[in-house]
Design a protein around this ligand. Sequence first.
Ligand code: IDP
Ligand code: MG
Length: 160
Amino acid sequence: FLPHLVASVEQVDQTYIMIKPDGVQRGLVGEIISRFEKKGFKLTGLKLFQCPKELAEEHYKDLQSKPFFPKLIEYITSGPVVCMAWEGIGVVASARKLIGATNPLEADPGTIRGDLAVQTGRNVVHGSDSPENGIREIGLWFEDGEVCEWTPVQEPWLKE
Ligand code: IDP
Ligand code: MG
């Protein structure tokens, strides 16, 4: 077992993070982006976007049969969202931890939902739940050429 090799084997993932319309309306865009930036992940895509109904339905298609689905689609399309792609080692799981539990009243203090929201139906932010969905959702929300490949100068100070 070579512990010094473990980090180099860990996979670089992509996640789709979205500030929902309540986060935009409440002026939380800077605060939310800041949490992912400070953690050390790399921003590769960013835009303000009014989501069409069809895209919201495709994004949340796994929840189609839930009773709250129509309200969820209404919520997500009720105003502009901020679409983001973030990259990093373990970024999918780590972003979910930074975001906190789906129900903000159950989300730990220190998480985005734990600190900034009170209701499941107004939980300010979305994060992909698996690396596969990260790639799927980035493909869904971003056009070709909207995601940037770049190397932050801080990289050697974040990775051994
Ligand atoms: P997640 O966003 O933490 O991954 P999911 O179970 O995938 O949670 O649900 C997607 C989104 O649907 C939630 O973030 C929330 O906005 C909404 N949602 C989930 N469950 C409920 C509910 O019981 N009532 C209202 N909205 C819900
Ligand atoms: Mg989910």
